[in-house]
Design a protein around this ligand. Structure first.
Ligand SMILES: [Zn+2]
Length: 302
């Protein structure tokens, strides 16, 4: 089974051509009710309605799922050999100073003001400072994007299959707790809408010009969702938003390197694959999602 793509990082920054493309598809099935606040004006009287499509069907914005996937991965990265994540947590000036003293690489996403100051102080070196910063990006910023680099991964909005939606949005009561007395405050009762458990949404993730590390990290995050440890949407502390990813499938178009073993693609194969893809949208490889996750997660610890 040939599954994968490995690109040298430096090579990647110099090339804008398409080197690989992966499409991950599956169904996200809610194990508990889901609340994703829309902030849009709707006809309901609820204090906090769920986000709806123009056809009045609940959906999960791709950015919402992407954020959930990112924080799922950030939580696990510290336990993975050779990976790093800034977890988007800004360091204080003192913490930064300590890290520099220890000679540690610090992801530029969490030291933006330091970089801005350095560039202002030395405008002639501004471009060099920027390039150096980009070289320090952590693994999750490279995959999910940061002010210093575009994301390699894109998540489409997640819609319900047509036959799926019964039209039922439930309303739940919430009570605001006074932080000082830890008692419910009378006038702070509110309600919010949820989509009931067992609702299903179609998931599609597009990954382009991915390194092996990008794929490994994505597989770690998706594996959490496959095993029911993923959570999406709001009010998670109330147990809402627990989701399970089912029927995961991976379509791969690999034009340069393939296989967790990083086999090279010959010039002739590359042309053939590109032609088939352009003419018929044929991917070079169709892989069962679970086999794909297993191969990549095992390769992290190999
Ligand atoms: Zn980062």
């Amino acid at each position: 089974m040939a599954i994968s793509g490995q690109i040298d990082r430096r090579e990647l920054t110099n090339r804008y051509e398409l080197r690989n493309r992966y499409v991950f598809t599956g169904q996200l099935v809610m194990k508990t009710a889901l609340h994703i606040g829309g902030g849009k004006i709707t006809l309901t009287s609820s204090d906090s309605p769920v986000v709806l499509t123009p056809e009045q069907q609940p959906f999960i914005p791709g950015s919402s799922f992407k954020g959930a996937l990112r924080s799922t991965i950030e939580k696990i990265v510290p336990g993975l050999p050779g990976f790093s994540s800034c977890a988007l947590t800004d360091l204080s000036e003192n913490e930064l100073e300590e890290a520099h003293k220890r000679g540690e690489k610090v992801c530029p996403t969490v030291r933006q003001s330091e970089i801005a100051q350095a560039r202002r102080r030395d405008p002639a070196q501004a471009e060099h400072i920027m390039q150096e910063a980009i070289g320090d990006l952590c693994d999750t910023c490279l995959l999910f994007g940061s002010p210093f680099t575009a994301a390699r991964l894109n998540v489409s909005d997640l819609y319900m299959p047509d036959e799926e939606w019964s039209g039922m949005v439930q309303v739940r009561d919430g009570v605001a707790i006074d932080r000082d007395t830890e008692k419910a405050r009378d006038r702070l009762k509110y309600d919010f809408e949820v989509v009931p458990a067992s609702a299903a949404f179609k998931l599609e993730i597009l990954l382009e010009n991915a390194t092996k590390r990008d794929i490994q990290l994505l597989c770690v995050g998706l594996s959490e969702f496959v095993h029911g440890f993923g959570v999406v949407g709001g009010k998670r502390s109330r147990g809402l938003g627990v989701a399970q990813l089912e029927g995961l499938h991976v379509s791969a178009l690999e034009l340069y390197e393939e296989g967790v073993e990083q086999g090279k693609v010959s010039e002739e194969q590359r042309r053939q694959r590109m032609r088939d893809f352009l003419l018929r949208k044929t991917f070079s490889d169709q892989v069962d999602g679970l086999a794909f996750l297993t191969a990549y997660i095992e390769s992290i610890f190999a």
